[in-house]
Ligand binder design. Structure first.
Ligand code: C5P
Length: 253
């Protein structure tokens, strides 16, 4: 496992560490955004909206234009079903995909095992396998209602450790959770952070935000940004400003 982690760790430049959330329902718009921003961002995130609309075609379109894809479908089902979906994500050639850690240790273990097996057998690139711990939209009383007592932060760490134990590569986590996860799970564990807002941007519906500089300084490996780039008057410039803020965060290390 260590050698695989070595391969997937340490993305180089800040550009490679910036992921654009393509939350759109229109392949023409995808084409325009990838063509405009392909040189500014390292990966494009395809989520439930775009994938439900266009399916693998969206992924193939981005790849055909030279882009890498984070398939953000947050699989959560019985172990066999998730492992099979993960195999299909791997065959699609995505660079990253994710599952819900609350789906169980067994679900994540089988996913890692099956994906690794298929990569060996079919000569495929091993994707970065991530888990979502606790959705950032959930608070303490939401967790209580589904039978989870205690603090959200403790549940995040519990599920991050479970993710590591399963042999997955890392987690998706809000910027506020990055430092404690890094402390609990170590330097090689990959942390991808949405909920990032450049200094001058609107917060939209993101509640607990950090700037790109703060998120990188806290230890995030990748940051996910959507609306502050896509809705900017000049998306290229917005992306460049975010990269510059990220570079400041890295320089502060
Ligand atoms: O537009 P914005 O920058 O808020 O987009 C953030 C992206 O990251 C969205 O696709 C959102 O679904 C996703 N995300 C998030 N919070 C999480 C997990 C994913 O905002 N905890």
């Amino acid at each position: 496992m260590a050698s695989n982690l070595q391969l997937v760790r340490s993305p180089g430049s800040m550009r490679e560490r910036l992921i654009l959330a393509l939350d759109v329902d229109d392949l023409e718009r995808v084409k325009a955004l990838v063509s405009l921003l392909g040189s500014k961002v390292g990966m494009f995130k395809v989520g439930k909206q775009l994938f439900t609309h266009a399916g693998p075609q969206a992924v193939k379109l981005i790849q055909g234009m030279g882009g890498e894809v984070f398939l953000d479908l947050k699989f959560h089902d019985i172990p066999n079903t998730v492992a099979k979906a993960a195999i299909e994500a791997t065959r699609l050639g995505v660079k990253m995909f994710n599952v819900h850690a609350s789906g169980s240790l067994e679900m994540m273990r089988l996913t890692v095992r099956e994906v690794s097996r298929v990569c060996r057998q079919e000569g495929l690139r091993r994707p970065i396998m991530l888990a979502v711990t606790v959705l950032t939209s959930l608070n303490k009383s939401d967790l209580q209602r589904v039978g989870v007592d205690g603090e959200v932060a403790d549940q995040v760490i519990r599920l991050a450790l479970l993710t590591r134990q399963a042999g997955m590569d890392g987690v998706v986590a809000s910027p506020q959770e990055v430092a404690p996860i890094r402390a609990a799970c170590g330097r090689r564990f990959i942390i991808v952070s949405p909920g990032v807002r450049p200094q001058r941007a609107k917060r939209n519906d993101q509640r607990r935000v950090m700037t790109p500089e703060e998120a990188i300084r806290a230890g995030a490996d990748y940051i996910v940004v959507g609306r502050p780039i896509m809705e900017a008057k000049d998306p290229m410039r917005a992306a460049q400003e975010i990269i510059t803020e990220m570079e400041r965060g890295a320089a502060a290390d």
